[in-house]
Design a protein around this ligand. Structure first.
Ligand code: DI6
Ligand code: FE
Length: 404
């Protein structure tokens, strides 16, 4: 039994709602066979729909279902000890070089069984779903060996099935150098490109390919080799780019038509221009910025001026962003990065969907799209950013079902 078997259909007429984009407008949504058939001001509702069974929204504010477009949700263990080390003065790079960091989660992930990983990730996913998330990206990258990367990606597929949520899987085999390849970067990238990626793609486990391009991870040349392997398999790419330094990764990713460049605290104007040309989404991750007590704010004004779409995500991971609230990221995107409230809301809906290539099915309430929307116990949209640490959800329709 999964979430669908126990959730009622959302088919019918949803009324007594107000639009997040203009709270003075009374809205209505018609859902038929799980798909949006009509959406607009209640006053404009065609008479043919007025006799449908009614779902009363109770004067809730309505938004599209949220999309968390960058997560590392599946992993073993946790790393509170490193949090303490950083509080005592160590930097993220120092912790990583001392054998902590990503590699310590790799050890714990390799030791965990698929069922254990599924149980812990399910628990985390439930927090996100309760806040109105209807689609989520899940990366591998804590296995760093074929069997363990497969285990992570299989868990991601199982999460989609068990929770009736859209999951996009991203292969992040080039996340860190596994200890058994110390000093042999080239050999490991060979393994990623010639064995891991082709095998996992053939098993249908990979929707996109990502690389951690950074001084403490992989170089521009190594990143490009992985992108070539992805391209040969027809898979879209994305990149952990310019988080700790300006490596020129964004421009490279844009040349490969990347769906998104993520983090981008140190992004240059050349990188911004390349992303605009390629239609690449800028994914902002304020949870990692906050946890690392970073001071380099991403170039928001320049991205805005260039018209590069900005998404906002949790980057949920055990090292740098152990957060399970996308609304808190909306708040932080506004307070720390100076996004406007409408920008931050677009960042967790329409632009986040685009960062996953899901713009035809998620991130908006639109005729022909699957019904994914959230009813909020709020008077106006600014409250979505304002009430941090709260969960003002009244109801959630996910994939045409009333799941909350
Ligand atoms: N950038 C991040 O913020 C995470 N991965 C990455 O490439 C951190 C992952 C970790 O520390 O476990
Ligand atoms: Fe990340």
């Amino acid at each position: 039994m999964n979430a669908f078997d126990v959730s009622p259909s959302a088919d019918g007429l949803w009324t007594d709602l107000r639009l997040a984009s203009d709270a003075s407008v009374q809205a209505a949504i018609v859902v038929a066979q799980g798909t949006v058939r009509w959406f607009g001001p209640r006053a404009d509702l065609p008479a043919t729909f007025a006799s449908l069974p009614v779902h009363h929204g109770g004067d809730a504010l309505v938004t599209p279902g949220l999309v968390d477009c960058h997560t590392h949700l599946v992993y073993g263990g946790q790393r509170a000890n490193e949090f303490a080390m950083r509080l005592a003065g160590a930097s993220y790079e120092e912790v990583a070089r001392a054998g902590g960091g990503i590699v310590s989660s790799v050890r714990a992930t390799r030791e965990a069984s698929e069922d254990e990983l599924f149980a812990s990730a399910s628990h985390r996913l439930q927090s996100l779903l309760a806040e109105g998330v209807c689609a989520i990206e899940v990366k591998s990258g804590y296995g760093l060996a074929l069997a363990h990367e497969r285990k992570q990606l299989r868990v991601a597929r199982r999460l989609a099935e068990a929770h009736c949520v859209t999951v996009r899987t991203t292969f992040l085999g080039a996340h860190a150098l596994p200890p058994e390849y110390a000093g042999r970067n080239g050999d490991y990238i060979d393994l990623v490109c010639h064995e891991m990626l082709p095998a996992l793609a053939a098993e249908g486990l990979v929707d996109a390919v990502d690389v951690f391009c950074e001084r403490i991870a992989f170089s521009l040349e190594e990143t490009e080799r992985v992108f070539q392997a992805a391209k040969a398999l027809g898979l879209p790419v994305k990149l952990h780019a310019e988080q700790l330094s300006d490596m020129g990764g964004a421009a490279l990713a844009a040349r490969y038509g990347a769906l998104s460049c993520d983090h981008i605290e140190h992004l240059s104007q050349a990188g911004i221009d390349a992303m605009r040309e390629a239609g690449t989404v800028a994914v902002l991750l304020p949870g990692a910025f906050y946890t690392l007590r970073d001071t380099m704010v991403p170039p928001i004004a320049a991205l805005r001026a260039a018209g590069v779409p900005m998404a906002v995500s949790t980057d949920h991971n055990p090292g740098t962003s152990p957060v399970l609230s996308l609304l808190l990221m909306v708040n932080m995107a506004c307070t720390l990065f100076r996004l406007t409230v409408p920008e931050a809301i677009a960042g967790v809906t329409v632009h986040a969907a685009r960062a996953l290539g899901l713009q035809k099915t998620h991130g908006a309430i639109a005729v022909g799209m699957p019904a994914n929307f959230v009813l909020w116990d709020l008077k106006e949209a600014a409250e979505l950013a304002y009430w941090f640490g709260q969960r003002p959800v009244r109801g959630v329709v996910r994939q045409g079902r009333v799941v909350l």
